[in-house]
Design a protein around this ligand. Structure first.
Ligand code: G3P
Ligand code: CA
Length: 250
């Protein structure tokens, strides 16, 4: 069996060809409950190159896929994810009868089918030791080279790279800083991941000149697609892969 292409090579190809990698942001949340296996399967069936997900730990140290620090918006539970055990979390309904996935279940689903971008949700509540646990799981599944891990907490990104230099890591940004490449260097990042509205052509040129990749979120309408065509980022994450994937490939 041919081993899956390392994510670093996929990003290099995207830079060279100008054809961005297209990712399902929280899977395909336009058509299935976000961050559930149903949502991820739906995005994979539509042919995305990558999946994006968000991770928090349970109180007993399991890595759970869910966006918010709290359970209230996306499940029938309430309170902080980190104050519940895996057994408690697995009883919850994450929408249409779906359960909160474990990160290991998502790794098994995407392995050999797509790349995966894992966001560690470390702000405003940071989880000490989360980086070690994630790197340990990726090593156990021999998927270090197929995965990117990103965070708004840039010290967490740096910690990940120090732990595992073969892992692609990325810094998230909502603003347009004066020196994005400087921020990447400070965090030892391979990927600069801004909101698409905080991207401009000069930013993409600067990151490329420094050997990095640009991955943007969340591109869900025609204007956002047009801006990506103008700026040419290397990966684009969308909540609406059914419409946006063909639009970006036109
Ligand atoms: O991929 C980055 C993006 O997901 C960050 O924002 O709130 O959707 O997790 P959020
Ligand atoms: Ca996210």
């Amino acid at each position: 069996m041919t081993p899956p292409t390392p994510l670093r090579d996929l990003y290099e190809r995207a830079r060279a060809t100008g054809r961005p990698l297209i990712g399902g942001h929280r899977g395909n949340p336009a058509e299935a409950p976000e961050n559930t296996l149903a949502s991820f399967r739906s995005a994979l069936d539509l042919g995305v190159d990558m999946i994006e997900c968000d991770v928090h730990p349970s109180s007993d140290g399991e890595l759970m896929v869910i966006h918010d620090h709290t359970l209230d918006r996306t499940t029938n539970g309430s309170g902080l994810v980190v104050q519940h055990t895996l057994a408690e979390l697995r009883q919850l309904d994450a929408g249409r009868g779906e359960r909160l996935p474990l990160l290991r279940e998502l790794l098994e689903l995407v392995s050999g089918r797509a790349g995966l971008c894992i966001e560690l949700k470390q702000i405003p509540i940071a989880y000490p030791g989360l980086e070690e646990r994630v790197v340990g799981l990726l090593r156990e599944h021999q998927l270090v080279e197929q995965i990117a891990v990103i965070s708004f907490l840039h010290s967490s990104v740096r910690r990940l790279k120090e732990l595992e230099p073969d892992l692609q890591v990325g810094i998230l940004e909502g603003a347009r800083p004066i020196d994005p490449v400087g921020l990447m260097r400070g965090a030892l990042a391979d990927i600069y991941a801004p909101h698409y509205g905080a991207m401009d052509p000069e930013l993409v040129r600067a990151v490329h000149a420094a050997g990095g990749s640009v991955g943007v979120w969340t591109v869900d309408d025609e204007q956002a697609v047009a801006w990506c065509r103008a700026c040419r980022p290397d990966s684009v994450f969308t909540n609406r892969p059914r419409e946006i994937l063909p639009a970006l490939l036109q």
